[in-house]
Design a protein around this ligand. Structure first.
Ligand code: DUC
Ligand code: ZN
Length: 466
């Protein structure tokens, strides 16, 4: 609710915007305070601040805008392109309380990395409604272009994506060379770790035996082999001498590898995603296309893995939650009903992430609520921004970007496709009752979601140099 909108007499505090009476949640503390914004940045935090425009956040949490470091907007996969474009995806993110995303660049064999980066930026430029960064992918055809890594780093890509699966997978020797190049420019490798040879062998075996339904999807991508690939790339990174971040951890076995590396003092971090925290592999047994919708990679796992992921998030064995948002429509998912390996992989989560993690960590987590609130902000905003080099994002501090979210912790609702702004037309969280939601989202000082009403514009989001 806007409390007042008036000009202050000369000499009084000239803040543009003050969020008043809320409970501030940071990765370190939870405390009552007002937040003042001047232009695009946070100007002050304290008591009795006043501004030209004031928003009453009494009874609500005021948090740094969410940072989702792993999304695929309008990403071509096989015959399809993921459903949310840079406008609709970032708009949905903003409705859910996320103010910065990191998407991906892939370079064609005959293209330079810098040209691919410029092309992806041009795609996002007129559309993105929140700020965005880009990971540069290094695929097999890019190994001959590793001399371009320094230029890409200088152009603002602070992280490089390495696949151990799909057509973009690298051999161990290629991983070594890519990791060395990334190390030499001081960037961060981010890795999709699965064992592709095992996966393709199991897929072929299942299909040859007539085992074609989505039931066989997780049975082609065993958890111990996800852990093996994770351990392998961690070992190569340790030998090379580079930090590394492991994407979309789906199971307890992979957590164990990351925790062991941390225990040795290695600069290894890991993330998981809402789908692994909420869904289990039995959903692949749903009839018809319902079983195909949640196909993603790594796959969903048994409940024991899901529970271990919540524990790892709370304890710090896992560092952050991203989404791997990569939705496809029902019709697109249905094209793989006769062959699970052809189902386009990925699920939508970009809008629900903050509320889902709030529910699990804070609402249902037990333990100390203040600590859980801080952990929620830490894994959804502060650590992602810090680890991925998004300076000025992810914290409520004077001088930081005024990316601020007002979260109502007593706005119970049931998730449904209609309650969301994602374009897939379905959500894996359909029917889940959540206790709270983002109601107002501010991006660099501009209110882009005001009491659940859209005020943003396509193209206002900026590329963030990292
Ligand atoms: N996994 C998915 O499920 N979709 C997109 C890419 C990925 O790694
Ligand atoms: Zn991904």
């Amino acid at each position: 609710m806007i409390m007042s909108e008036h000009l202050f007499p000369t000499g009084s505090t000239p803040y543009d915007l003050v969020i008043k009476n809320g409970t501030l949640v940071t990765a370190e503390a939870v405390f009552p305070a007002d937040v003042a914004v001047s232009g695009e940045t946070i100007a002050a935090m304290g008591r009795d601040l006043h501004g030209r425009r004031e928003i009453d956040a009494a009874g609500k949490y005021v948090i740094p805008g969410g940072v989702d470091v792993h999304v695929h907007l309008q990403m071509p996969i096989g015959r399809f392109v993921s459903t949310d474009d840079f406008y609709h995806g970032t708009r949905a993110a903003a409705f859910g309380g996320t103010t910065t995303i990191i998407d991906f660049v892939e370079t064609a064999p005959d293209q330079s990395m810098l040209d691919a980066l410029a092309a992806r930026q041009a795609l996002a430029a007129g559309k993105a409604a929140i700020d965005y960064g880009l990971h540069m992918t290094i695929g097999p055809s890019d190994i001959a272009k590793l001399d371009q890594v320094a230029g890409v780093r200088a152009a603002g890509c602070g992280s490089f994506k390495l696949y151990m699966a799909y057509g973009l997978r690298l051999t161990d020797g290629e991983l070594l060379r890519a990791l060395e190049a990334i190390r030499d420019v001081g960037a961060l490798p981010v890795v999709h770790a699965e064992n592709w040879d095992v996966i393709t062998t199991l897929i072929d075996r299942h299909l040859a035996a007539g085992r074609t339904t989505p039931h066989w999807h997780p049975r082609s991508r065993p958890a111990p082999l996800e852990a093996e690939a994770t351990g392998r790339v961690i070992d190569i990174a340790a030998w090379v001498g580079t930090p590394i971040h492991i994407f979309h951890v789906s199971c307890a076995a992979t957590v164990e590898r990351i925790a062991a590396a941390k225990a040795q003092g290695l600069p290894v971090t890991g993330e998981t995603c809402p789908q692994y925290l909420y869904l289990t592999q039995d959903v692949y047994d749903r009839p018809g296309v319902e079983g195909a919708l949640p196909v993603c990679a790594p796959p969903l796992r048994p409940a024991a893995d899901r529970d271990a992921l919540w524990g790892a998030l709370a304890s710090g064995s896992l560092d952050l939650v991203s989404t791997d948002h990569c939705p496809f429509t029902r019709a697109e998912k249905a094209t793989g009903l006769d062959d699970f390996s052809q189902i386009p992989g990925g699920v939508p989560s970009i809008e629900s992430r903050l509320a889902l993690v709030y529910d699990g960590l804070v609402n249902r987590g037990g333990g100390n609520r203040t600590a859980a609130l801080s952990r929620w902000v830490d894994v959804c905003a502060t650590t992602p921004a810090q680890r991925l080099g998004l300076g000025g994002k992810g914290r409520l501090l004077p001088g930081y970007d005024a990316d601020i979210v007002i979260f109502d912790p007593v706005a119970d609702y049931v998730v449904s496709p209609e309650s969301l702004h994602e374009k897939a037309g379905w959500t894996p969280y359909d029917g889940i009752e959540l206790p709270g939601r983002a109601v107002t989202t501010i991006s660099r000082g501009e209110i882009i979601v005001d009491q659940e009403k859209w005020q943003g514009t396509p193209g206002r989001g900026r590329f963030v140099m990292r």
